[in-house]
Design a protein around this ligand. Structure first.
Ligand code: IMP
Ligand code: MG
Length: 180
C-alpha cells in the first residue's frame, strides 16, 4: 500500500475538532448528552472531540463492520451494541470516522431509533458525499472529501495506518510498496 497526498495535517484536524466541539456544546446546552463512538475508526476523533468539550457527558461504543479488510462496500452492516449504554429517552450523539455509502449510519440510525432516544444526531469527521448510496444527512461534519480512500487519525486500510496523526490518501491497489 502506498501513501499519497496529505489532505489534513494534525494542526488542521485539531482546529476543526475544537470548532465542532464548540458547536455541539452550544446545541446541547442544558441537556444531558450521551455520546456513542463507532469503533474502531472514530476512537481518536471521539476522544479529541470529548476532551475539547467543556461539559459533562456519558459515553458508550458500538462496533460496526461492513468492509471486512476490503475497500469496497458490501452494503451489509453488522452491529455489536452491547457497549452502547442506555439510549431510551436520552439525547444521543453518534460519532463516526467517515460516511461513505451511508449504509453504516443508516443501519445505526434504524437500530438506535428502535430504543426511542429523546433525540438522535450524527457527527462524522469526514464525509465522502459523492459516494452516498443511501440518503443520509449528517448533523456535524468535520471535512467533506473527494471519493478517495483515506487513512490516519484512526482510519485504516486493511488495519494499517490508524496511528498516523494526519489524514493521507492511500492507493489500496499499490500493494508492492509496504515500506512507504
Ligand atoms: P459506509 O457504510 O459506506 O458509509 O462506510 C462507513 C465505514 O466505512 C466507515 O465508518 C469506515 O470504517 C469505512 N470507510 C469508508 N471510507 C473509508 C476510507 O476512505 N478510509 C477508511 N475507512 C473508510
Ligand atoms: Mg467505521
Amino acid at each position: 500500500m502506498k501513501l499519497g497526498e496529505t489532505l489534513f495535517t494534525a494542526e488542521a484536524i485539531d482546529r476543526r475538532v475544537k470548532e465542532l466541539a464548540d458547536l455541539i456544546c452550544l446545541d446541547y446546552q442544558g441537556k444531558d448528552l450521551h455520546i456513542i463512538t463507532v469503533m474502531k475508526g472514530s476512537l481518536f476523533f471521539t476522544t479529541d472531540l470529548i476532551r475539547a468539550m467543556d461539559r459533562r457527558i456519558t459515553m458508550g461504543c458500538l462496533i460496526a463492520s461492513s468492509y471486512r479488510e476490503k475497500t469496497v462496500s458490501e452494503g451489509n452492516v453488522e452491529l455489536l451494541t452491547q457497549g452502547m449504554g442506555a439510549v431510551g429517552n436520552r439525547h444521543v450523539l453518534v460519532v463516526d470516522d467517515i460516511v461513505d455509502t451511508g449504509f453504516t449510519l443508516a443501519k445505526i440510525r434504524e437500530v438506535l431509533l428502535s430504543y426511542d432516544p429523546a433525540s438522535l444526531k450524527f457527527c462524522v469527521f469526514l464525509d465522502k458525499e459523492a459516494m452516498r448510496e443511501v440518503p443520509f444527512d449528517v448533523d456535524y461534519v468535520g471535512f467533506t472529501i473527494p471519493p478517495e480512500w483515506v487513512v490516519g487519525y484512526g482510519l485504516d486500510c486493511a488495519e494499517q495506518y490508524r496511528e498516523l496523526t494526519s489524514i493521507r490518501v492511500v492507493d489500496p491497489k499499490a500493494e508492492d510498496n509496504e515500506s512507504q
